[in-house]
Design a protein around this ligand. Sequence first.
Ligand SMILES: *[C@@H]1O[C@H](CO)[C@@H](O)[C@H](O)[C@H]1NC(C)=O
Ligand SMILES: *[C@@H]1O[C@H](CO)[C@@H](O)[C@H](O)[C@H]1NC(C)=O
Ligand SMILES: *[C@@H]1O[C@H](CO)[C@@H](O)[C@H](O)[C@H]1NC(C)=O
Ligand SMILES: *[C@@H]1O[C@H](CO)[C@@H](O)[C@H](O)[C@H]1NC(C)=O
Ligand SMILES: *[C@@H]1O[C@H](CO)[C@@H](O)[C@H](O)[C@H]1NC(C)=O
Length: 504
Amino acid sequence: MVFTYYREERAAVAIGALLIILAAVLAVLFPNIIDFVLDKELAIQEGGRTYKFWKEPPVVPRLQIYIYNVTNADEFLNNGEKPALQELGPYVYLQHWEKVDIKFNDNGTVSYKVKKTFTFNESLSAGSQDDLVVVPNVPMLSATSQSKHAARFLRLAMASIMDILKIKPFVEVSVEQLLWGYEDPLLKLAKDVVPKEQKLPYDQFGLLYGKNSTMPDLYTIFTGANDITKFGMMDRWNGKDGLGFWTTPECDSIMGTDGSIFPPHITKETVLKVFDKDLCRTLPLVYQRDVIASGGVPGFRFSPPTNVFTSEKNLPSQKCYCPAGPPCAPEGTFNVSQCQYDSPVLLTFPHFYLADPALREAVTGISPPEAEKHQLYIDVQPIMGTAMKARARIQVNLAVSQVRDIKQVASFPDIVFPIMWFEDCVDELPEEMRTLLKLVVDLPPVAHAAVSGALAAIGVIVLLGAFMCLARAAKRQEKLHLSSPLPANATSTKTGQLNLGFSK
Ligand SMILES: *[C@@H]1O[C@H](CO)[C@@H](O)[C@H](O)[C@H]1NC(C)=O
Ligand SMILES: *[C@@H]1O[C@H](CO)[C@@H](O)[C@H](O)[C@H]1NC(C)=O
Ligand SMILES: *[C@@H]1O[C@H](CO)[C@@H](O)[C@H](O)[C@H]1NC(C)=O
Ligand SMILES: *[C@@H]1O[C@H](CO)[C@@H](O)[C@H](O)[C@H]1NC(C)=O
Ligand SMILES: *[C@@H]1O[C@H](CO)[C@@H](O)[C@H](O)[C@H]1NC(C)=O
């Protein structure tokens, strides 16, 4: 043995090597450690860091509404002209969102109801709530369209009732009435005469009727405490795990979030899912491009795949959304009549974006769709899965069927009649949340570099120090050997002699 060094130096070498190994291990594992901590912080729990953001999002979402005002109702009905529409708006409502009746369950879920309040903001709007608009009479046209396959005498009876009540295919109402409700003679009649089991629960009609309050729907979502990959995902909606409208479990599933949060660690391959009861389905969202949200936080833009509302002719799997067909709804439209008390409501994107151009050409006054203005999208922060900016855009249309037996609507042709479109906008998160997000983006790499870098540096220094000491010690020992009466190589000399003696 040539090197016999001191115990301290041996320990120093070991510590230095250990530190370097630790730095390497940390460098590899650090992202997982960060993710672990992040996921624990993210899960919805009472008193948790994200709980208050979840319970009462500190954002002021805007609901912007555009109404298609019909300017040639008489010419359309009497002369067969195309409907001439005038797009009015936006009428802007500032919203406040809150989750109420929150109850944590023992199985990693939380149940709640949603309370939304809307306040009209005139200065952001391009008109007043008192503006008068002419729009199709939705309750009447729903009833006549539905009666298409009923017995003829029923249709004739309907015609005389409508005569007595002076119901017309178009109504002139204020924007406020159209959205928040006006008394409709037909609904009132239906409520009075139709037995209780019948579905219509109210005598008012309004596109957003009853939405300015706590909604009766009970949601149960996963908190992410047990399984972060389910963070924010719907478990039950009114106690059910499916909508009960569509023919396959995939289409009927409510497995999606409310669109404000998503399971974390989103990649460009992730398919996000949003469940919306008014949309009557979960909506898939796919990566579109990188974006920089306000405050300089980088993110991904997700939007529905372009074939999301395609017809079953183009994509056979869409058949699940067409239980009564074929024929099914036209290309680029989504039939939600089952969710709307059988009213023939078809949803599309605004200006019939991604839909059959013939639908837009059946009317005048709607400009060609533009992705930037009319597509639906959500910008998410991929690490946390937080929505940073969103434009939920949908157009509401009425699929009117011509019914010749009812004289009031005899000249109303088969048409997909656009009524309005809206966009639910979240523009920027408040400073407090942006800071948190930015921290999540910026901190881990810096901390990562700092921690493993520092460890490695200390390791190297300790190791170098140890080697220096070793070298010195070795030199000292060499000197020691030279002056020693029994040189270090004495043994080997002896052995050599021994060997020699043996071989001889
Ligand atoms: C809507 O159209 C009608 C004509 O049908 C018109 O009288 C009314 O002023 C329009 N409303 C607005 C707000 O422009
Ligand atoms: C969790 O518990 C709630 C309330 O008891 C229940 O409604 C829900 O179905 C349960 N979910 C799962 C996944 O077990
Ligand atoms: C919604 O309700 C609140 C009170 O709960 C009220 O102040 C507000 O004006 C209502 N908004 C609309 C659009 O009716
Ligand atoms: C309307 O919105 C603007 C901009 O957000 C705000 O300054 C103003 O106070 C709002 N007005 C009302 C009546 O809420
Ligand atoms: C929409 O769906 C309902 C019920 O499934 C069906 O009766 C109706 O014909 C459909 N409408 C269109 C335009 O396909």
